[in-house]
Design a protein around this ligand. Structure first.
Ligand SMILES: NC(=O)c1ccc[n+]([C@@H]2O[C@H](COP(=O)([O-])OP(=O)(O)OC[C@H]3O[C@@H](n4cnc5c(N)ncnc54)[C@H](O)[C@@H]3O)[C@@H](O)[C@H]2O)c1
Length: 385
């Protein structure tokens, strides 16, 4: 089977996440970029689409004309990536799913729990795949952590400490910078800033590695910079449904921290430590033994990790290749459906709409808990109790 047809909504020229998606989708030669509504400014979006090699009749002015133009084509898009600002995800994702078109939606999948429930239902009705881009679980060694936990290498997981703390919103001189300001404006960002933007990546990673889901949580939100309506730092403790405790810190005012996504997993018989800024090493400490360094691409890793690894040992694999693993998983699942065969089980590791829903429910719970002075709060979405 040839390449899949891929389209993008948002991710226009100068956007933050658009280039990462284009690199990631191109890496394995599994997709051709054939359609796009890339920018809120129609002319700019069309020009950019043409510059990327998209045919003029598929360089759309907006997502509505892209849906109308694609839905009845024999060679229509197999997958659409939605990389627009948060508040637009729900409407766009739902419309494409209802047309039976597979979607990879940027996080957060929606702004409210009710919308997220609706997306899960729309995906189930349509039979189309809906994925959410928690792309950092695409790293080979994150997948290896999951495999190690699942096969019992560190025993029952007692505790996970997860962090996503950066320092790029710490400067009071930036309060009026439009690229920063909207993130703390509830009308544009929703009810949470740094937890919804960054913390949920750390939470999704903790859940993915543990193979468990959030059950309840307590949250402490703070706005360190005066005048900010939403939190720029949060500490959240969670109980997962398998009994694991998660301590999660997320911040946008941690001066000196860069991307700052780290995880430590503490089991009965061993511990694991991984940091996204040094993604090619995983530190494994069996109880009572010296720490071992597991190298990406090295011997003895799980099939899950080997499948997610491309270049040989000692060469860096970074974020676009982690995202590329999400694209590769989706290509396998979409192709398998076209060929009426079961997909490779190792491809079933992309974050789903249900993962998106669980995250939105955790955000709502954290906001409610913080407002109630840190009260323990149910974190499951109503439909998944
Ligand atoms: N998974 C990650 O690690 C990660 C990282 C960064 C951003 N994101 C998410 O990606 C999304 C986009 O973030 P960003 O930082 O790239 O934003 P951005 O503001 O840099 O870019 C947004 C792009 O979308 C276009 N756009 C806006 N509305 C549109 C519409 N209605 N139709 C078509 N195009 C439209 C804009 O013109 C722009 O090109 C957000 O939801 C964000 O949370 C995810």
């Amino acid at each position: 089977m040839g390449r899949l047809n891929w389209g993008m909504i948002g991710g226009g020229q100068g956007s933050q996440i658009g280039p990462a998606h284009r690199i990631s989708a191109a890496v394995d030669g599994l997709y051709s970029m054939v359609a796009g509504a890339l920018d809120i400014d129609a002319a700019r979006g069309r020009d950019f689409a043409l510059s990327l090699g998209i045919a003029p009749d598929r360089a759309y002015a907006d997502w509505q004309s892209m849906l109308a133009g694609e839905r009845d084509r024999a060679d229509r898009v197999d997958l659409v990536t939605v990389a627009t600002p948060n508040a637009t995800h729900y409407q766009i994702t739902k419309a494409f799913l209802e047309a039976g078109i597979n979607v990879l939606c940027e996080k957060p999948m929606t702004v409210t729990v009710a919308e997220a429930e609706d997306i899960v239902a729309a995906a189930a009705r349509s039979g189309a795949v809906c994925a959410v881009n928690y792309g950092y679980t695409g790293y080979a060694l994150v997948r290896h952590m999951r495999a190690m936990v699942a096969r019992g290498d560190i025993g029952r997981v007692r505790l996970i400490k997860a962090e996503f703390a950066h320092g790029f919103h710490a400067d009071a001189a930036d309060l009026d910078n439009p690229r920063v300001r909207w993130r703390y404006d509830p009308a544009q960002a929703g009810s949470s800033a740094v937890f919804a933007d960054c913390g949920i990546h750390a939470l999704h990673m903790a859940c993915y590695v543990a193979g468990q889901q959030p059950r309840e949580l307590t949250a402490d939100f703070v706005s360190c910079l005066p005048g900010r309506a939403l939190e720029d730092d949060a500490m959240v403790s969670l109980r997962l449904d398998g009994g694991t405790v998660v301590r999660l810190w997320t911040s946008a005012v941690a001066v000196g921290r860069m991307h700052g996504l780290n995880i430590q997993v503490f089991g009965e018989t061993g511990g694991l430590r991984w940091a996204q800024e040094w993604p090619n090493q995983l530190f494994y400490t069996p109880l009572g033994q010296p720490t071992r360094t597991l190298e990406r691409g090295g011997p003895g890793l799980s099939p899950l990790a080997d499948r997610a690894s491309r270049v040989t040992i000692g060469h860096a694999e970074g974020m676009p290749l982690a995202f590329a693993n999400i694209y590769a998983d989706l290509a396998e699942v979409i192709t398998a459906a076209k060929q009426a065969r079961p997909p490779d089980p190792l491809a079933l590791h992309y974050p789903t709409a249900e993962d998106g829903l669980r995250s939105i429910a955790a955000i709502a719970a954290a906001v409610a808990s913080a407002e109630a002075g840190g009260a323990w709060t149910e974190a499951r979405p109503p439909s998944l109790w």
